[in-house]
Design a protein around this ligand. Structure first.
Ligand code: DAK
Length: 259
């Protein structure tokens, strides 16, 4: 599976997705959404996938937003339907069983900032810029930005970003907790790999369940504490937990099987 707007490579269970529309600063159009949806649908139950890194083509932009030239002609009904579809695809990313890292190599604006927030972790290059400039176009965010920005940086800061449309630097994003790490420009992928390589040494079931438990905190229809004690029991009864404890006692590295 490879489309020209989404380049997909794989090495040792880590998938590298590059949004590849450099002439439009990697703006999200229908083809990009189709390709993202296809990838995350196909890999939903593929536990051979240990992690995913999403980045943008070139050095200037991660993703400079939804493709303004594509959505401008839509009416209210079509716009709402498209917004819902984009949200659903971003939920697939947020709920993916393995960690997804956004390697933010430049502008992450509007839909681009929203895409980074659908990922579990964010590594930003020093030159990266984040913003939700929808108000400049007379719009509100359509792919979860009004919700996930508040989750990530709090209401006060989120409202300022959303109401002014101003961009923030990667240093500011780090200070506000929007990204996990800032690295020299050009080192976003290497740093994302290092982070994933650390995570992939842990128990795969525990990683899966941790992602889902943290997501439960924000899911108004479930009780995260209830999920936690159930998942605790589930992981405690797993072969991985027995292997983890045995490895500790025998002073060796665990060999987890994801069972
Ligand atoms: N869409 C389409 N083309 C884009 C683009 C975008 N979001 N961003 C940049 N480009 C294109 C430019 O048009 C230009 O193309 P040419 O003119 O060369 O053909 C090329 O990329 C290079 O851009 P610039 O010449 O502007 O480059 P600069 O370095 O001067 O400026 C910039 C970089 C990132 C500051 C600037 O390009 C910029 O402000 N871009 C737009 C940022 C933005 O407002 N993005 C949209 C945010 S709103 C929806 C759901 C969600 C949304 C919308 C609808 N529905 C469900 C319907 C979400 C909307 C958003 O994301």
């Amino acid at each position: 599976m490879n489309s020209s707007v989404l380049l997909i490579e794989q090495k040792d269970g880590i998938f590298y997705l590059t949004i590849n529309r450099p002439d439009a600063l990697n703006a999200l159009n229908k083809d990009v959404f189709d390709a993202l949806e296809q990838f995350f649908k196909e890999k939903k139950e593929d536990f051979g996938v240990k992690g995913v890194i999403i980045t943008g083509s070139g050095t200037k932009a991660f993703v400079a937003g939804a493709d303004i030239k594509e959505f401008i002609h839509l009416d209210a009904v079509a716009g709402a339907a498209l917004s819902k579809r984009g949200q659903d695809i971003f939920f697939m990313i947020e709920n993916f069983h393995a960690p997804v890292v956004a390697a933010v190599n430049g502008f992450a604006l509007g839909g681009g900032c929203e895409l980074t927030m659908a990922c579990h972790l964010r590594i930003a290059g020093e030159h990266a810029r984040f913003g939700q400039p929808e108000v400049n176009l007379g719009l509100v965010p359509g792919y979860g930005g009004s919700q996930r920005l508040v989750q990530n940086i709090g209401k006060t800061r989120a409202l300022k970003m959303l109401l002014t449309g101003d961009m923030i630097t990667s240093a500011q994003a780090l200070d506000w907790g929007l990204v996990n790490e800032v690295v020299p420009s050009g080192e976003e992928i290497v740093a994302s790999e290092a982070l994933l390589n650390k995570i992939t040494t842990k128990g795969p079931l525990a990683i899966q369940k941790t992602i889902s438990l943290v997501n439960d905190y924000f899911n108004k229809t479930v009780d995260g504490f209830e999920s936690e004690y159930k998942d605790f029991g589930y992981t405690l009864g797993s072969e991985d937990a027995k292997e983890g404890a045995a490895a500790f006692i025998e002073k060796r590295k665990p060999s987890f099987k994801g069972k």
